[in-house]
Design a protein around this ligand. Sequence first.
Ligand code: ADP
Ligand code: MG
Ligand code: MG
Length: 874
Amino acid sequence: TKMVYYFGKTKTEGKGVGKDLLGGKGLNLAEMTSISLPVPPGITITTQVCADYYKSGQKLPKGLMDEVNDGIATLEKELKKKFGDNKNPLLVSVRSGAAVSMPGMMNTILNLGLNDESVVGLANATNNERFAYDAYRRLIDMFGDVVMEVDRDHFEHAFTAIKKKYNATLDNEVPAAGLIELCNEYKAIYQKYTGESFPQDPMKQLELAVEAVFKSWNTTRAVRYREVEGIRGLLGTAVNVQSMVYGNMGQDSGTGVAFTRNPSTGENKFYGEFLIDAQGEDVVAGIRTPQPVAEMSKWNRAVYKQLLEIKDTLEAHYKDVQDIEFTIEKGELFMLQTRTGKRTGAAAVKISCDMVKEGLIDEQTALLRIPANDLTQLLLPSFTTESKSHANVLTRGLPASPGAAVGVLAFTAEEAVERTHNGEKVILCRKETSPEDIDGMHSAVGILTSTGGMTSHAAVVARGWGRCCVAGAGEIEIDEKARKIKVGGKTFKHTDTISIDGSTGEVMAGTVETSEPKLSGDFAKVMKWADQYRTLGVRTNADAPADSQRARDFGAEGIGLCRTEHMFFEEDRIISMREMILAETEEDRRAALAKLLPFQREDFVGIFTAMKNLPVTVRLLDPPLHEFLPHDVKAQKEIAEILGISAAKVKSRVAQLHESNPMLGHRGCRLSVTYPEILEMQVTAIVEAAIECKKKRINAMPEIMIPLVGTAAELELLRGKAEETIEKVIAESGYNGQLDILIGTMIEIPRAALTANEVAEHAQFFSFGTNDLTQMTFGYSRDDVNTFLPDYTRLEILPADPFQTLDATGVGQLVEMGVSKGRKTRKDLKCGICGEHGGDPASIDFCHNVGLDYVSCSPFRVPIARLAAAQAAI
Ligand code: ADP
Ligand code: MG
Ligand code: MG
């Protein structure tokens, strides 16, 4: 098979071969060549060769260097130069380039082919000795670094000494004599640290360089980069060997990098930098200060004009923003790279809208161009780049929930609530949070924890609210009693302000300035397009009126999951809740529940009002009861006193409720089976609230959802009880208007999915609770998964965290089966999803494909889900 592809005037073989084999850089060099842009000719060695290199125990495949040789021969003919020649030598660069861009994986080697003889040839042919030795010193430096791992500092020191000796401040002020001297020193350094002399045979240089590129594919930093970015399944890197053009030939030469549009705002304005008399990475390395690309017209008008034309050609060809690299050799422009430009969420939205206006792309393409997840950036306040640049970063935790928060430190939930109430902005700082901290978390502007991962309680809850959260910042020592933290040798008291960045995990001292998000006209336009193309409904998970309203503003078409347990954690309610749990007789339990009823009703009135004319799926109580009881002795004593019972009693009840596997224990519908009065109270509250709304001409549309059903018989029993209660409440209220309350269930136990045809006999809707369904299908405890899951994704045992992206292969089968079996029994069965997956674009794609009616996600993810649903439908 062909290992080497040529690009140039003679022929361009790589066009259409594909990124997989040629790498992004190689393919685009071939493509730019084929549309007649000025690209220095060269060859691309395929990624397959890299794969073969590793398969054969790190040996270059037989015949490779012959093919490379042929390529070089064609280059020599095309350019009328000769590799290693002492008159007019051909020089090349050796560049890595995988199918996915991996910046910083390997340094490029420039000016390869120079040796003690050809450097003289180059000086003569160009009549520029200074330039020739500048090229040579760069080669020895880069070759030494990349191929032989000589520490660049050694070269750096020698260069500094020479600059001093010749009174030069800048690198391009060193005269030819100085550079000649420097090359000799570089060769000596090379000899000293490698034990060999710098190779004089150009073909040998090339072979070693090609091998070094292949080796760079598996360096720790490259492997780590792929891990972090989730890049998998690539063959390896391609190698591009490209004839050199020189930006370091004097004041009429230079090199630069640019974006065809502004990548951070999206503004349609050429954006970039260039540097006169420079080569390669000089621009980004900060050797000298580059100039903005707009200044180029003053330096060379014709070249600038040509560059602008090429910019338009590239956008017209790729129909997307390009990130380009170019070089000017004695007034002649050459293109060295182009790729799709990375951009912020805001830029993605603006660019998509602009390009539709310009007729470059259609609406569908525009929608597909915007990474749905990146919309998060448009929905949250963020730190300004300016203020971030001089922030004092104390430590870094996990970027658990994006956003920017600035506040004083609070150490308990109660403190957070109280101080917020008094007008302070607080950041709740805890080792880890628990459900009891909910109130404090809600009132805080940000949450900071020293333990716990991306799926810890704090992280999940914070993401749900779009609240900024940094989790697992292990370097922070929290002293809750003394109300202070210690980090990086510094101490911060409860009166001190810190800033946390939930998008990066940074914890910073003092106030870092933020800017509020602007929902621009373009953003609204994108949402409108998305609604036109999507077929999936988008609901929200919300259990408070304010969240419901926010979700509605973001376009939610109802509530897919209203959890009722959070409603019981507020001060007065938790007491009644505990009283109910501690009660010994049904009678006492009912008495305690009766105290909770008005609270619940009030909550529902608020939510139904915020969601008028839209369905609200209310899930009945789900967690095991022990979660509501205090576990420390002091709190147990307190509740005992309030309720007038003995502390021993409380303690024994807590012990009694203890379960070895609470997630598989007495929870969900199982609670209602043993304590039907809980279900009765909740259903009563729902129906009374709906009637109260209706009387105020507010169209409440409640749906009752029974969680954790595993058998049809469970649902049959509980549905019966719910229906009885509904009828009873309606009768007692004397209401005689219309009130259709659907009753359905969550499908979150594998058995329910397997027997969905039976379950559907008693359910008017299914909502797939994919958090529990994933937990139970894999047998992974969702709360403890961080002990091993990182290893599983690292070793590629799993392609992704199944709690973040729905496992389509396994868990997905259960969803698919649930839908089809359920609809066989009940044709109009409404099916939705309400797990965390409902806000994940890849999972939304799956939901679309299996024919769900809607997804439900946290309010802040609603716009993301709308876009992802459209993308799934296009
Ligand atoms: P990276 O992937 O790190 O950007 P590149 O392979 O693009 O590395 O090379 C970095 C820079 O080296 C390019 O932007 C360009 O300025 C310079 N360069 C590479 N090949 C050549 C060449 N054939 N002629 C002139 N400069 C080159
Ligand atoms: Mg590059
Ligand atoms: Mg569940």
